[in-house]
Design a protein around this ligand. Structure first.
Ligand SMILES: *Cc1c(COP(=O)(O)O)cnc(C)c1O
Length: 436
């Protein structure tokens, strides 16, 4: 049908369009998608794929949602955008009101950013300005965790895992940060007090040059899909307080229910000094993020030399994005996200368990709406992904992990289909790469 029409487009795509982490000389395959509704992506040849990725954690309510569509249309008819310097508007105010109300107690000052990475840059700048303003100008470094991921812009990149990330390519220009080993005690296992020893010792020795500790609470996402013990967070919170270091929680992936709590910090009952939110905030409709901090941090920054916080993107507070975010957060509560995510958790546990017995599988783990099959060896995505598409599912493996975080609205029968098709695709993949 339409594929004959798309063919020259695909060629143009290959020759001219960068995709995430793509090569212009050996482009990896891409599938043209023409529409999406509910939990399904429709390809140009008419095939439909059940979506296991929620477009990288974002599309929690599924695609083409009438309430989210309507929020955009209504807002577009009023104003799509105005500058945020010297002006304000209801969509931004209402979004900030919702975020203050739903995030952990005390995170009361909202900076609306345009992408997750920018919200991390904003968090880092807040920490530096805060330390300067309280006469701690030597605290110019960040402390981060190995296996962490915080985004692709330069400041964010400097706090990503130094070995597995992109550090070595850019090390000449990146600020050098401190890194602690990743938490080892898994979520649900018995806490090992040694797990924080290195973090403690780095803070003991170097706190006078450290502005903030940045980490992904409970779930280390792109750096390995690792789920760690809440006690690590409690210890980290206490150490930060002890050493005058701010705690930045990057909840860009975990925020808005994905880990089984509305925010992953709640697994440990801690409140960070700064929280970064993004991804699911607009239900996958538009790029938007936010950095929230406490009154204390915000007031200290504002009383510093600069007299203000030094950041202000062109599209800050974009009304379309804020309006659709408000609608998405309302849906989250109306739909009872907790029940939705618990249902996903049960379905993923049941559906993925059989992978444990497959040779080549190192681990299977599920937390909230996240299901992970970890392989012994890195996955050849170019081989495994087509096997998923052939079976009518959209899953994009990364490094050693074959993982899903489906839209919260996925019905049980689709979830069952998704997980069983994953296991079939994996078996076919093993048959191809390591025939016994
Ligand atoms: C995706 C992600 C980011 C970066 O967000 P972008 O919107 O891609 O810039 C940062 N931190 C975490 C934990 C993420 O998952």
């Amino acid at each position: 049908m339409t594929s004959s029409f798309l063919h020259p487009d695909l060629k143009f795509d290959q020759e001219h369009v960068w995709h995430p982490y793509s090569s212009m000389t050996e482009p990896s395959p891409v599938w043209p998608v023409v529409s999406a509704h509910g939990v399904r992506l429709r390809l140009d040849d008419g095939r439909e794929l059940i979506d296991g990725m929620a477009s990288w954690w974002c599309a929690v309510h599924g695609y083409n949602h009438p309430a989210l569509n309507q929020a955009l249309i209504t807002q577009a008819e009023q104003m799509s955008h105005v500058m945020f310097g010297g002006l304000t508007h209801a969509p931004a105010i209402e979004l900030a009101r919702r975020l203050v109300a739903m995030t952990p107690e005390g995170l009361d000052k909202v900076f609306i950013a345009d992408t997750g990475s920018v919200s991390v840059e904003v968090a880092i700048k807040m920490a530096i300005q805060y330390q300067q303003a309280r006469g701690e100008g030597k605290r110019t470094k960040l402390l981060a965790l190995e296996r962490g991921y915080h985004g692709d812009t330069l400041g964010a990149m400097s706090v990503c895992d130094p070995q597995r990330g992109m550090h070595h390519l850019f090390s000449g220009m990146l600020p050098q940060q401190f890194f602690a080993p990743p938490p080892q005690t898994r979520f649900g296992d018995t806490w090992d007090a040694q797990d924080c020893a290195e973090l403690r010792s780095i803070l003991e020795q170097h706190h006078s040059s450290i502005a903030a500790l940045i980490l992904e609470p409970i779930v280390q996402g792109a750096g390995g899909m690792r789920f760690y013990h809440p006690q690590y967070l409690r210890e980290a919170r206490a150490l930060c307080d002890q050493y005058g270091v701010l705690l930045i929680a990057d909840e860009i992936a975990t925020g808005f229910g994905r880990s089984g709590k509305l925010f992953a910090c709640e697994h440990a009952d801690i409140v960070p000094d700064i929280i970064c939110l993004g991804k699911a905030i607009t239900g996958g409709y538009m790029s938007l993020a936010a950095t929230l901090t406490t009154t204390k941090v915000a007031e200290t920054i504002s009383q510093g030399d600069a007299g203000c916080f030094m950041h202000g993107p062109t599209f800050m507070g974009n009304p379309l994005a804020c309006r659709v975010a408000c609608a998405s957060l309302d849906l989250l509560l109306e739909n009872d996200w907790q029940t939705q995510v618990q249902r996903l958790e049960a379905g993923l546990k049941q559906g993925l368990a059989a992978a444990r017995a497959m040779p080549g599988v190192a681990d299977v783990r599920v937390l909230g709406g996240i299901g992970v099959i970890e392989m012994v060896d890195p996955i050849d995505t170019a081989k495994l992904q087509p096997k998923c598409v052939e079976r009518g599912i959209w899953v994009r493996p990364f490094a050693n992990n074959f993982y899903v975080m489906p839209p919260y609205v996925m019905p049980d029968e689709d979830l069952q289909y998704l997980t069983s098709a994953m296991l079939e695709a994996l078996q076919a993949y093993f048959d191809e790469v390591s025939p016994s």
